[in-house]
Design a protein around this ligand. Structure first.
Ligand code: AMP
Length: 227
């Protein structure tokens, strides 16, 4: 673990939520609010598919079926933009990590990202609302009802365990995402501003958290916001 970094105060925010929870919309708003970079793994993959790159051809079938793409592809694809963003203030990552394995792999390569705060934001939205939203937007071949239901199942099985992972190690911000966009944004921004003011070890610094000296915390916008 190195403590040296070009950008020790980088803000590193991770959006966690089921497909359709509003991660992209909220990540955009957060990036603007804090002057950091929005990086969306799904958007990058869709661009590769549209341009029929080598990555695009490798992942197209998996993405269209709502399956996760292999970790190695995702890690290779994100390394450069994430490092660049970390050097220029930070990032809000939307769609990554998607599994505890990805979070662990990201942590192993994150030593040189320094000790800036890392905060996970969880957007909770009931399943029927997720399906309604995704059918309404129908963004790609993976937005049919069957595939949507499968993607939600994949989220529940593979991604939801991340919440426990982050609650133990970093700061986890819980947000009720089943509300108007601006209200959700406001709730996230207020909680993040509060979190950024905390001493580093409480706000989830990698160094502190993983050395066992941190006090991981969960904050929520409402007592009954999430199950
Ligand atoms: P999204 O736009 O984030 O819902 O992602 C769309 C699709 O891209 C997902 O259903 C997966 O097939 C793939 N994908 C995006 N991010 C990841 C990731 N971190 N790990 C594996 N697959 C991913």
């Amino acid at each position: 673990m190195t403590m040296q970094s070009a950008a020790p105060r980088a803000k590193r925010i991770l959006m966690v939520g089921a497909p359709g929870a509003g991660k992209g919309t909220q990540a955009d708003a957060i990036a603007k609010q804090f002057g950091i970079t929005h990086i969306a793994s799904g958007d990058i993959l869709r661009r590769h598919i549209a341009e029929a790159t080598t990555i695009g051809r490798t992942v197209e079938d998996l993405v269209n079926k709502g399956e996760l793409v292999p970790d190695a592809v995702i890690m290779d694809m994100l390394r450069k933009p994430v490092l660049a963003a970390a050097d220029t203030g930070g990032y809000v990552l939307d769609g990554f990590p998607r599994t505890v394995e990805q979070a662990e792999a990201a942590y192993r390569t994150a030593g040189n990202l320094g000790v800036g705060v890392q905060i996970a934001v969880h957007l909770e939205v009931p399943e029927e609302e997720l399906i309604r939203r995704m059918l309404a937007r129908a963004r790609g071949a993976d937005d049919t009802e069957d595939v949507i239901r499968h993607r939600i199942k994949v989220y529940e099985e593979k991604t939801r365990p991340l919440l426990e992972y982050y609650a133990q190690r970093e700061l986890l911000v819980q947000v009720n995402g089943a509300r108007p966009v601006a209200e959700v944004t406001w709730s996230i921004v207020v909680q993040l501003q509060r979190a950024f003011k905390r001493p580093a070890t409480q706000a989830g610094s990698h160094a502190g958290a993983h050395a066992g000296t941190a006090r991981p915390a969960t904050t929520s916008d409402s007592d009954k916001a999430v199950a």
